[in-house]
Design a protein. Structure first.
Length: 95
């Protein structure tokens, strides 16, 4: 199954604390395909979701935590699961 994660910029990720990264590790351990994308890489064309993403292998370490990154273009028909993360900073100030 193809899992796409909408995440923060890679420079902001702290693997030891990031829930999305922990989920990526589990998905990969269960033989799922892992992809990540960012908010600016999503678009609608003819009413369908399209996105620029990266296929990757998550690695449980504090730096260089994605190996084999490869740029890909996907649309909604290519995706089995879409995980939304990386929005917590925007909502944090509303409380």
């Amino acid at each position: 199954m193809k899992h796409v994660f909408l995440i923060d910029d890679l420079s902001r990720i702290k693997p030891e604390k990031d829930t999305s990264f922990a989920l990526m590790l589990e998905v990969y351990a269960l033989h799922g395909e892992v992809f990540f994308t960012h908010r600016g890489d999503l678009s609608l064309m003819n009413g369908k979701l399209h996105l620029d993403a990266y296929s990757c292998v998550p690695v449980d370490q504090s730096h260089d935590f994605f190996s084999k990154k490869k740029h890909v273009q996907l649309n909604q028909n290519d995706i089995d699961v879409f995980w939304i993360g990386g929005l917590r900073r925007e909502y944090k100030s509303r409380s």
